[in-house]
Design a protein around this ligand. Structure first.
Ligand code: FE2
Ligand code: FE2
Length: 295
């Protein structure tokens, strides 16, 4: 098992970095750092408001030959490209990958990867070693007080679509030591369209949700047919529902799949924003009157 200290950031690969950065800042309220120019790509890390202490990196190709074109033109692009986690020791992580039966990929300096097609379950996992003074993304929780932004409170979860819920739940437990949410030994449930498993990270920054089709016509099956196993959506909790929906209206961004639970004590709302509007990531936003109501 790979011992994870915390999640540092996730990264979205897009064709146009500045356009996407504009969306993340003006609509989602993220705070930018400066854009860096690498040999094959440009990148920028933005800070996500709220209490998750997570960075949102953007990458886009800056040459015709950039390796990112393969991702962007492939079935999973544009969209979430990798998830970066901090580990105590990169040497230990390489050995742990080998013990798990995977080839440590792209090892260089204090970094190593688990490749999407070589064990990563359709998603690229990056590990890096840092001492406490040299953490890549290191921002304290903060509140978004800007105008016309949705007001993110936290990143609730990343949903990973897979054909087999318990298979992928086991994989996350065995590979990273993530535990079933709420301590349930199984913690999988089944709806009409899909089956769900929920995992908590030791750092409690976010959850990983596993979704699998409940029947062959399920939208999850359609997603798997098109994109194969990979990240399906990203879910954000907002501070204030009226503020979030007013911000989306202001920017002319449509939502769909709105649902609410009624009752003053049990009130929650949720809605989705189509990947076409968000640079390739299906976004779910929700608000709840108190913690634990919406799940
Ligand atoms: Fe990254
Ligand atoms: Fe979800």
């Amino acid at each position: 098992m790979i011992e994870i200290l915390n999640v540092d950031h996730f990264c979205q690969a897009v064709p146009d970095l500045e356009k996407q950065s504009d969306f993340l800042q003006k609509v989602l309220g993220l705070l930018p750092s400066k854009i860096s120019h690498q040999t094959d790509f440009d990148n920028q890390v933005l800070s996500i408001p709220g209490n998750s202490k997570l960075g949102w990196e953007l990458m886009s190709p800056n040459t015709n030959k950039s390796f990112l074109h393969r991702f962007l033109d492939g079935p999973r692009g544009p969209g979430l490209h990798h998830l970066t986690m901090r580990v105590q020791s990169i040497e230990k992580t390489k050995n742990q990958l080998i013990e798990l039966g995977y080839e440590p990929w792209g090892a260089e300096g204090n970094v190593v990867y688990l490749h999407p097609q070589k064990g990563g379950q359709g998603f690229l996992f990056q590990f890096y070693e840092a001492n406490d003074e040299d953490v890549w993304y290191d921002t304290e929780p903060f509140t978004d007080n800007e105008k016309n932004t949705i007001g993110i409170k936290s990143v609730d979860h990343i949903a990973h679509a897979h054909k087999n819920v318990s298979g992928l739940v086991d994989w996350y437990q065995k590979t990273f030591g993530f535990s079933p949410y709420n301590g349930d030994s199984d913690n999988t449930s089944s709806g009409e369209e899909f089956k769900i498993g929920l995992l908590q990270l030791p750092s409690k920054q976010l959850k990983i949700e596993i979704i699998a089709p409940a029947h062959p016509e399920s939208f999850v099956q359609k997603f798997l047919n098109e994109r194969d196993t990979s990240v399906h959506h990203l879910t954000l909790e907002v501070e204030d529902w009226d503020r979030a929906t007013a911000a989306l209206d202001f920017h002319g961004i449509r939502t769909f799949g709105e649902r609410s639970n009624v009752g003053a004590e049990s009130l929650w709302h949720e809605a989705f924003i189509h990947p076409k509007e968000t640079g390739g990531v299906l976004l779910q936003i929700f608000w709840q009157a108190k913690p634990g109501l919406w799940e």
